[in-house]
Design a protein around this ligand. Structure first.
Ligand code: SAH
Length: 483
């Protein structure tokens, strides 16, 4: 796997940069260099009329002729923009020997730096790179961004730049400064700048600077459902909370893709529960939330799926309530909904099921108290959040209470994630099939006639797997790794 490029914005003001080539491509590069205040030195046998004019005006230096290594003396960077591969390679080799960063236009292989696609709003610059693999994609994204960002962003950046010292003096502490910026960006200043009311924007800024509280007395906790794994299933409210968080307490179940969407410099604490036990005790999680909230932090308690579905969200809020810490809740897409959707299994269907039950069967205790009579009823779908080696018990009890041994099931492992697998069969063979396919945590069991629809309605990832003719073995040992 190739390493990522290191992104970098270079200050080239007053610095010499060599451009080899005097055609249209070179002209564009030189224009960008002039825009950045660099001192371009072009080397080429001939120049475009515009380049020639710039040379005549003394804005660029021109070395007439063919490339020689001394063209790379005393420059900070070099750009090769000729249509002659031999020359481009010679420039790249000479630059490499001198440890000079070189860009060969449209040749990622020969380049030691690349020029990104750029969206510019005054001092605000957004650079986009595809690592040289697909410049067209970078340009496509640039066009997208161009339409999203109007030019008041440039005005905003320059206003904040001019006020930087005052802001720092008012809010020496980083957290307070960040809160101020967030309030400011959500307030009147950006709107006034969009309306070209520069004086009013400045007045609104002054007002905000004076009236903003330095630090909230007590922080808040936002209980956020992170969904099943696919980051696209986060809600807009979840994203906002994750971007404003000072501290993120997340479960192990929360996917890396989701965590990647959170604010980079938020403190992240994994309060994972292992597949088998409770590796961070619930009281310790409560204590952590209280501690950070009391320190004035904005805490996001991030949970897989939905926080109120088998997520102990209720207990956590009760603890906060008892200590007077304010909270909010952002629902998430629970595993049952996500796994069903991503496996092509409608949880209800006029022909097959009029009810859905969300059931937890994570441990022996939770199994012992299940109402098997109710669970065994026909014309309903069970969505079972599985934790343990309990599939055999589950099957035995359901069949004993009258559910047909031929009832279809689907086990959805890693639902909505890249690694998703769907394993199907009938109730009688549930434990054997799960073992045959080595189903792992996290996995959700969907039981009911609708499960069979996965074979026709699947659309995500690989087609469902099923054992060709798994032998029915009611005494099968329980599944040990499903968790
Ligand atoms: N609050 C969570 C459930 C927590 S209990 C929610 O609403 O989804 C943990 C169980 O959820 C796991 O044992 C598994 O049965 C199920 N689960 C969570 N994410 C899953 C996923 N991506 N794929 C399959 N099952 C999942």
């Amino acid at each position: 796997m190739s390493a990522a490029l290191f992104p970098l914005f270079a200050d080239l003001r007053g610095r010499a940069v060599r451009v080899v080539g005097g055609g249209a491509v070179a002209e564009r590069k030189i224009e960008a260099l002039l825009h950045a205040g660099a001192l371009p030195r072009v080397g080429a046998p001939a120049l475009t009329p515009r380049l020639a004019q710039w040379a005549a005006e003394g804005r660029i230096a021109w070395q007439r002729g063919d490339f020689t290594p001394d063209w790379l003396d005393a420059v900070w960077l070099v750009i090769a923009a000729t249509d002659d591969g031999t020359v481009n390679r010679a420039v790249a080799a000479e630059a490499e020997a001198r440890r000079l960063l070189a860009n060969v236009v449209d040749d990622a292989e020969l380049s030691s730096f690349q020029v990104p696609a750029l969206v510019e709003r005054g001092d605000l610059q957004i650079a986009i790179s595809s690592g040289g693999h697909a410049p067209m994609v970078a340009r496509h994204i640039r066009r997208h961004l161009e339409t999203l960002l109007d030019d008041s962003w440039g005005a905003l950046v320059s206003l904040l730049g001019r006020q930087r010292t005052r802001i720092r003096a008012r809010f020496p502490e980083m957290g307070a400064r960040r809160r101020f910026f967030e309030q400011l960006l959500a307030g009147a200043v950006p709107r006034l700048l969009r309306q070209r009311q520069d004086a009013a924007a400045l007045a609104a800024f002054d007002q905000a600077l004076v009236s903003a509280a330095a630090a909230p007395a007590v922080g808040t906790v936002t209980l956020v459902g992170a969904g099943p794994g696919d980051a696209g299933l986060l809600t807009l409210n979840a994203l906002r909370a994750m971007n404003e968080a000072d501290v993120i307490l997340h479960d192990r179940l929360v996917s890396a893709d989701v965590l990647a969407m959170a604010r980079r410099d938020a403190t992240r604490i994994e309060v994972g529960k292992s597949a088998r036990g409770h590796s961070t005790r619930q009281e310790d999680i409560h204590a952590l939330m209280l501690e950070h909230a009391r320190a004035g932090k904005r805490v996001v308690r991030l949970k897989g799926g939905d926080p109120f579905v088998f997520g102990r969200g209720g207990e956590e809020l009760q603890a906060l309530k008892a200590h007077g810490v304010p909270f909010e809740v952002v629902p998430g897409i629970t595993a049952a909904l996500a796994c069903a959707a991503y496996a092509g299994i409608p949880l209800t269907h006029r022909d097959h099921a009029q009810a859905v039950r969300l059931v937890t069967a994570h441990c022996k205790d939770s199994m012992d108290t299940l109402d098997w009579q109710a669970l065994a009823q026909e014309r309903q779908t069970l969505a079972v959040y599985m934790g343990v080696a309990g599939l055999a018990t589950f099957r035995d009890q359901l069949i004993a209470h009258g559910r047909a041994a031929t009832t279809p099931f689907a086990l959805v492992e890693n639902g909505s994630r890249r690694e998703q697998r769907v394993v199907t069969g009938t109730l009688a063979d549930l434990p054997d099939t799960a073992r045959a396919f080595d189903v792992h945590s996290p996995a959700l069991l969907i039981l009911g006639e609708v499960a069979a629809l996965a074979h026709t309605l699947h659309w995500y990832g690989a087609a469902p797997l099923s054992a060709p003719s798994a032998p029915s073995n009611v005494d099968a040992p329980s599944l040990s790794r499903a968790a």
